[in-house]
Design a protein around this ligand. Structure first.
Ligand code: V47
Length: 361
C-alpha cells in the first residue's frame, strides 16, 4: 500500500480515502503538491475573463435554504427584468468590451423556455461574438418540468438559440441527504450530472460548482468531486471546477461553524489533486474575497473568474461582490503576487497576456 505522499510523488490517481488523507496533511505540504500540479499545468499564469452577470428575476418557486438571492421574507426585494432590459444590459456590456454574458435566474414560470430562447437569439443576432453562458442544469430541469420536454430537447434548443456554454451552478452538494436538507425540490444530483453529460455529448463545454462551508463535511466534498471526475472521464466536457464558499447572511440555513481560510485553501488544493482530469480550478473571488482567491493561486487554483460588473447571488448572502471587480485591480494583485495575468475567453483561449506593468490606462 502506497501512503499518500508516495501517491502524490508518483502522480497516482487518488481515491476517496486518499482524498480524505489529503485533508490530514498540514496546509503547506498539501499546498506544495497542489501547487506542483498547477505549475506543471499552467506555470505562473492566472486566468480571468471580462464578463457580465445578468439575473433576469429573483422570484423563485423553490426555497433553497442557503439562498439569499431569491425574493422571500429575508430578502423582500422582488424584481423582474423585461426582455428589453436584458437586451439593453447585454448591448451596453458589449459596448464596454465585455466578452461573455452569464445569464442565470430564479425558477419562475413567467420566464419560460421561449422567453430565454428569444433573448438568446436576439443577443446572438446583434452580437455574434458575445459568448453566451446561460442556464444552469437546475434551470434546464425546471424548464423541462414546466414544458414537458426532455433534457435533450431543451439542450438542443439552447444550442440552436446561440448558447455557447453552460455555467456550473445548481450543483450545490451531490450527497443526497445534505441535498434534501439544503435544497429539496431542486434538480437531483443524478439529473444535474445527466444534463451536463448530454451537453458535453453535443460537443459543448460547461463548468461545475460545489457549494461548501455550510452543513456538509469533508466526505461530502470528496464524494462531490469524485462524481464529477467520473463524468469527466467519460465526456471531457468540464472546463473548470468552482468551489463556492458559502455566504451566511439573509438565508434560512443555520450553520454553527464557518470555515476559516485554511480549510478553504485545503479544499481548493484537494480539488486540484483529486480532479486530475478537469483543466482549471477557479478560486471565485466573489465568495473567497480577492485576497484569498489570489493566495489560492499558490494552492492549486489557476483562475479568479471574471470582472462580473454586477453580482447578485453571493452579494445577497453578504459577499462584497455587488459591483464586480475592476480589471486594474485584477492586474495589480496578480502581478504584485508574482504571477502573469492572462485574459481568456470563456473556453480558455488566451486573448491577452499582461507581461509587466499590466496597466490598462
Ligand atoms: O448554484 C447561492 C451559489 C450558485 C449562495 O460557471 C451561493 O463559471 C455562496 O454557479 N453562498 C450560482 N454561494 C453561481 C454559479 C457560478 C458563479 C460563477 C461562475 C460560474 C461559472 C458559476 O451560487 C448557485 C449556488 O451554489 N449560491 N447562494 C450563498 N449563500
Amino acid at each position: 500500500m502506497m501512503n499518500i505522499i508516495d501517491k502524490l510523488e508518483k502522480n497516482a490517481r487518488l481515491d476517496f480515502d486518499d482524498a480524505l488523507a489529503l485533508y490530514e496533511l498540514d496546509l503547506f505540504t498539501l499546498g506544495h503538491f497542489a501547487n506542483l500540479r498547477r505549475m506543471r499545468m499552467w506555470g505562473k499564469k492566472v486566468y480571468f475573463n471580462i464578463n457580465r452577470h445578468i439575473n433576469p428575476t429573483n422570484i423563485c418557486k423553490d426555497i433553497c435554504k442557503f439562498c439569499a438571492f431569491s425574493a422571500n421574507r429575508k430578502n423582500p426585494n422582488p424584481y423582474k427584468y423585461t426582455k428589453e432590459e436584458v437586451l439593453q444590459i447585454a448591448a451596453d456590456a458589449y459596448g464596454r468590451g465585455i466578452k461573455e454574458i452569464h445569464i442565470v435566474s430564479a425558477h419562475n414560470k413567467e420566464y419560460d423556455l421561449y422567453w430565454y430562447l428569444d433573448v438568446f437569439k436576439k443577443i446572438k443576432a446583434d452580437f455574434p461574438k458575445l459568448h453566451i453562458k446561460a442556464l444552469t442544469a437546475a434551470e434546464v430541469h425546471f424548464l423541462s418540468t414546466l414544458h414537458g420536454f426532455s433534457y435533450d430537447t431543451i439542450v438542443e434548443m439552447m444550442i440552436e438559440a446561440g448558447v455557447d456554454s453552460m455555467p456550473g451552478g445548481g450543483a450545490e452538494i451531490f450527497d443526497e441527504k445534505i441535498r434534501a436538507y439544503i435544497c429539496k425540490g431542486k434538480v437531483t444530483s443524478e439529473n444535474w450530472l445527466k444534463i451536463h453529460k448530454i451537453w458535453h455529448k453535443k460537443g459543448k463545454f460547461s463548468n461545475a460548482t460545489m457549494l461548501f462551508g455550510h452543513v456538509e463535511g469533508k466526505k461530502e466534498r470528496i464524494d462531490h468531486m469524485l462524481r464529477l471526475r467520473d463524468v469527466q472521464d467519460r465526456t471531457g466536457g468540464f472546463n473548470a471546477f468552482i468551489p463556492l464558499v458559502y455566504q451566511r447572511d439573509n438565508n434560512y440555513l443555520k450553520v454553527e461553524n464557518f470555515l476559516g481560510s485554511q480549510e478553504i485553501l485545503k479544499t481548493i488544493a484537494v480539488s486540484r489533486l483529486v480532479l486530475d482530469n478537469i483543466p482549471h480550478i477557479k478560486a471565485y473571488w466573489a465568495t473567497a474575497t480577492l485576497s484569498l482567491a489570489m493566495v489560492a493561486q499558490e494552492f492549486g487554483a489557476d483562475d479568479l473568474d471574471g470582472t462580473i460588473e454586477r453580482e447578485a447571488i453571493q452579494s445577497a448572502g453578504g459577499a462584497k461582490s455587488a459591483d464586480g471587480q475592476a480589471l486594474q485591480d485584477f492586474l495589480d494583485i496578480i502581478i504584485t503576487s508574482g504571477f502573469t495575468p492572462i485574459e481568456r475567453d470563456s473556453l480558455y483561449n488566451e486573448l491577452r497576456i499582461y507581461e509587466e506593468t499590466g496597466c490598462v490606462c
